[in-house]
Write a protein that binds this ligand. Structure first.
Ligand SMILES: NC(=O)c1ccc[n+]([C@@H]2O[C@H](COP(=O)([O-])OP(=O)(O)OC[C@H]3O[C@@H](n4cnc5c(N)ncnc54)[C@H](O)[C@@H]3O)[C@@H](O)[C@H]2O)c1
Length: 437
């Protein structure tokens, strides 16, 4: 099948290459010329394991362009543009609206538009009017991929959610997307049919639940810190209850990235618009707990070292999670900037996110106090303390004896609770975890 993917960011570019991997001919469209040029040369514009491979392997089935008119060659059009946070906390729909408007002149009967972006409930109903005026059909197929596992999650998702219109057009949309995802469905992947509003809500409520789970355990970490309890042991113990489960119960400096923070804020804003803000008021606490945990690292360093002016702090991690170079709303970057503002000299290390971090720091006006390297051991040299801000594997498996020999003071703040605390203490470290010591 010939398809188009509008918006070639973390979601869209991986979706385009994954659809080509399934044997489809794919046109990827984006307004960002540099991104399109990079993709057209078979290079990944961001760090995502396995993405380069499927991009190069399927090059003959992939075209990338900034020219929207090319979409008329395709019959199915995925909309994967960004929905960032607007200044009032709601989801900024500018890009989705302009992508749909850009598509309208080139679609007609027999075309299917598939929304993949995360949108406020009610969006698909509104856009459907515009799309059906051309004779085409709109459906919503939210995406649940995790950065770091994006290729795997796109090709082997936990489930496929189809938000479809009522009647014959909904049935046709289902059959068309089923044909496109035939190989995925053949493996037994559950496919769930529902109306637009439910499909939109499935996505934001899934993210709200995950964010709540993380903030719940981080709230327990706060209690553990004043009682001498160990939050990791607590998570292990409650996680054995199948109703609770152990995943997403790791206390630390909290969630970040281009999805969870803005999605819970957008969800709250939409609920307020709908007059049911009270239903989601708890998400404000979820957000507040999350942001508070970032600040805890600075507090711990001040407790240990006093005034941070002139102190050198090594920070391991810039990306919001390992195996990604995404620094959007990254706790690691926030922590780095707060340390620099407190007068510290920060040497930050990340194996993948140096370039985006450099660009962001250049805008922050703090670049004089922060230097960056891709070598975490170089960052540790002569530092007064080490902060683990992203749980890259090379950080969690670093030899504490070697690291102790590099630092000026053997002090570690394990912001991700990813180190073997006993081994680090044995190597002479003063160890501070998040909700465990
Ligand atoms: N990144 C994830 O892990 C993930 C997972 C699930 C859902 N989502 C959702 O997917 C959507 C995209 O997220 P992302 O992380 O890929 O964002 P992104 O910022 O990486 O990519 C968005 C892309 O859309 C392009 N774009 C904007 N307006 C356009 C237009 N009119 N025509 C063509 N291209 C246009 C931008 O240039 C950019 O390359 C968001 O709604 C997000 O919430 C993201």
């Amino acid at each position: 099948m010939k398809i188009s993917v509008i918006g070639c960011g973390y979601l869209g570019a991986v979706h385009a290459a994954s659809m080509a991997e399934l044997g489809h001919d794919v046109i990827g469209i984006d307004v960002d010329e540099v991104r399109i040029d990079t993709l057209a040369r078979g290079k990944a514009p961001f760090h995502e394991p396995g993405f380069d491979d499927i991009l190069q392997k399927n090059a003959t089935r992939l075209t990338f362009t900034t020219d929207m008119s090319v979409v008329k060659e395709a019959k199915v059009h995925f909309v994967a543009v960004g929905t960032p946070q607007a200044s009032d906390g709601s989801a900024d729909m500018t890009y989705v609206n302009s992508a749909i408007e850009g598509l309208l002149p080139f679609i007609s009967e027999g075309h299917l538009v598939v929304g993949k972006s995360t949108v406020p409930v009610g969006t698909a109903e509104r856009l459907s009017e515009q799309v059906t005026s051309t004779g085409a059909v709109l459906m919503w197929n939210p995406e649940f991929l995790r950065e770091g596992f994006a290729v795997q999650d796109t090709l082997s998702p936990d489930r496929l959610v189809y938000g479809i219109p009522e009647g014959d057009s909904g049935e046709w949309a289902r059959a068309t997307l089923d044909a496109l995802y035939e190989q995925i469905l053949a493996t037994g992947t559950p496919r769930l049919l529902m109306n637009f509003a439910t499909a939109e809500l499935v996505k934001v409520s899934a993210n709200a639940f995950l964010a709540t789970k993380i903030s719940f355990i981080n709230a327990m970490a706060e209690i553990a810190e004043v009682t001498g309890a160990n939050v990791t042991q607590l998570a292990d113990a409650i996680g054995h209850d199948a109703r609770i489960g152990r995943r997403f119960l790791n206390a630390g400096v909290g969630f970040g990235g281009g999805c969870l923070p803005k999605d819970i804020r957008g969800f709250v804003a939409r609920a307020e618009e709908l007059g049911v803000g009270q239903s989601l008021s708890f998400l404000r606490d979820v957000d507040a707990i999350n942001l508070r945990r970032r600040g805890r690292v600075l507090e711990m360093l001040v407790e240990e070292l006093g005034d941070l002016t002139g102190k050198t702090i090594a920070v391991w991690g810039m990306a919001f999670k390992p195996d990604s170079d995404d620094i959007r709303d990254s706790p690691a970057l926030d922590i780095t900037e707060s340390l620099a503002r407190a007068g510290a000299k920060v040497v930050a290390a990340d194996p993948a996110a140096l370039l985006p971090a450099q660009r962001r720091l250049a805008q922050s006006g703090l670049s004089d106090s922060i230097s960056l390297t891709d070598d975490h051991l170089v960052a540790a040299r002569n530092a007064d303390a080490l902060v683990i801000a992203t749980e890259w594997k090379q950080f969690s498996t670093a030899d504490p004896v070697v690291v102790a020999g590099l630092l000026a003071t053997a002090l570690v703040i394990d912001g991700r609770n990813c180190l073997d605390s006993d081994a680090w203490k044995k190597a002479g470290f003063r160890y501070r975890g998040m909700g465990r010591s």
